[in-house]
Design a protein around this ligand. Structure first.
Ligand code: IMP
Ligand code: MG
Length: 176
C-alpha cells in the first residue's frame, strides 16, 4: 500500500483540515466584496483547491491552468511550460493563484510574470499549501501559506512522485 512507502507523515488529514479552516477565513475576509477569480495550477493543487474553496463562501470564479515543470527525479530542472493562450480572461478581476507547493519558485514566478504583463488583472496574490524553507532560485513569495516545511520531497494530498501518491489523504516524506 502507498502508506508503507512513506518514511514519515508530516500532516494528517485532520491537521490539514484545521489549517484550511484558518486559511479560508483569512482569504474570505480579504476578498469580501471583490470580484475574485481563483486560478488553480494543475495537477498538484487539485485536492487542495477542492477542499479550500468549499470553505470560502464568496461568489468566486474558478479557472485552472495546466503547467509542466520538468523534474529530473525529485529535483526541478527550472524549466516551466504552459500554454499562454489557455490563460482565462481576468481583466479587472482580483486573481488568487493556488498551487500545491513553493519549491524553487520557478512555477509561480513564471505565471505571476505572465499574468502581470498580459492579463490586466486588478490584483494578483498567491496561495500555496506548502512552502519549503530554502533559498529560492527566484525571489517570489506566496501571500498565503498552509505549512512551512523542511526542504524534503513530499507526496500526498495532490503532490506526486512520478504521478503517484496524489490520492494519499495525508502529506508525507517518501522513503529514499
Ligand atoms: P517550483 O517551480 O520548483 O517552485 O515547484 C513547483 C512544482 O514542483 C510544484 O507545483 C510541484 O508540482 C513540484 N514539486 C516541488 N517540490 C515537490 C515535492 O516535494 N513533492 C512533489 N512535487 C514537488
Ligand atoms: Mg508534480
Amino acid at each position: 500500500m502507498m502508506h508503507s512507502d512513506l518514511e514519515k507523515v508530516l500532516y494528517r488529514e485532520e491537521e490539514i483540515a484545521a489549517r484550511l479552516d484558518r486559511l479560508a477565513i483569512q482569504i474570505t475576509e480579504d476578498y469580501r466584496g471583490k470580484e475574485l477569480t481563483v486560478l488553480a495550477i494543475l495537477n498538484g493543487s487539485l485536492i487542495f483547491m477542492a477542499d479550500l474553496l468549499r470553505r470560502i463562501p464568496l461568489p468566486l470564479q474558478l479557472d485552472c491552468l495546466r503547467v509542466k515543470s520538468y523534474y529530473g527525479g525529485t529535483v526541478t530542472t527550472g524549466r516551466v511550460e504552459f500554454d499562454h493562450s489557455a490563460l482565462p480572461l481576468v481583466h479587472g478581476r482580483h486573481v488568487l493563484l493556488l498551487d500545491d507547493i513553493l519549491d524553487s519558485g520557478n512555477t509561480l514566478a513564471s505565471i505571476i510574470e505572465t499574468i502581470r504583463t498580459e492579463s490586466g488583472a486588478s490584483s494578483l496574490k498567491s496561495c500555496v499549501l506548502l512552502r519549503k524553507i530554502k533559498k529560492r532560485e527566484l525571489s517570489v513569495e506566496a501571500d498565503y501559506v498552509g505549512f512551512d516545511i523542511e526542504d524534503e520531497f513530499v507526496v500526498g494530498y495532490g503532490l506526486d512522485y512520478q504521478e503517484r501518491y496524489r490520492n494519499l489523504p495525508l502529506i508525507g516524506v517518501l522513503k529514499a
